[in-house]
Design a protein around this ligand. Sequence first.
Ligand SMILES: Nc1ncnc2c1ncn2[C@@H]1O[C@H](COP(=O)(O)OP(=O)(O)OP(=O)(O)O)[C@@H](O)[C@H]1O
Length: 272
Amino acid sequence: MPADLHPEAVTAAVRNPDPFIDLGHVRQVFRTQSGGEVVALDDVNLQIRDGEFVSVLGPSGCGKSTLMRIIGGLASPTSGETRIDGEPVSGPSPLVGMVFQQPALFPWRSVLRNVTLPAEVLKLPKKAAEERGKELLETVGLGHATHLYPYELSGGMQQRAGIARALLHDPKILLMDEPFGALDALTRESMGLELLRVWESTKKTVVFVTHSVNEALFLADRVVVMAARPGRIAEVHEVALPRPRTLDLMATAEFSQAADHLRQLLGAKTGD
Ligand SMILES: Nc1ncnc2c1ncn2[C@@H]1O[C@H](COP(=O)(O)OP(=O)(O)OP(=O)(O)O)[C@@H](O)[C@H]1O
């Protein structure tokens, strides 16, 4: 039997249709206190491949968080459809892990017990979760910190613990909403490098919201540039920069040209 007709291959193809995340004509309208309407997202169409790294860039209020909440099943759009792996999104899915700007670790739990929290919520076996939690903490460079408490960690370490926690149940998709927004510039750059290393080793699909042009470009395969009022996609920019990426890439002419293009789209007058 030809390999591509083998029952397992057929089942895999049905289970993993391309695109992996599929947003079709998504519109989200909110009512304001004064009885008006805010069109947070207007006719958003976006297809993301399995294993792709997509950055979402745009001014404040253009609907980035709303878009992430819809993909993550935390909100349903006013109209349009979102599918993950071919299935309509109707609520939070175990296929998704989320990382926010504030990692919101519980102060009374150790780093490891914060990271294994999703296993308690999802009722996964405790011992296996602990082992995986330790492995993930190694992966994000916190192997030495399993028994520390959140107040003993720097902002960057807390955010790494947040990433390990989001990966605990082995989601296929990592949704990251300004995860490094509260960090200083140097920590932010090294977190970006670590994230790329984790992404390359875990093969997750990542959707990464940021306000930083350089960060968006440095990390992604594609940058989705959004515009506000109404929130919409202005352009999807294919990033033609080679991988693996190191920080010197940001000093190259190709990087500057692409960054200038994105800044023009955003209407930004100065750097990041
Ligand atoms: N629950 C809500 N009720 C009413 N309006 C909302 C609600 N959530 C978001 N909005 C409005 O929808 C628009 C998009 O908000 P959203 O938080 O998605 O933007 P954003 O691009 O993530 O902004 P920022 O970069 O500042 O975080 C904004 O005008 C916001 O005020």
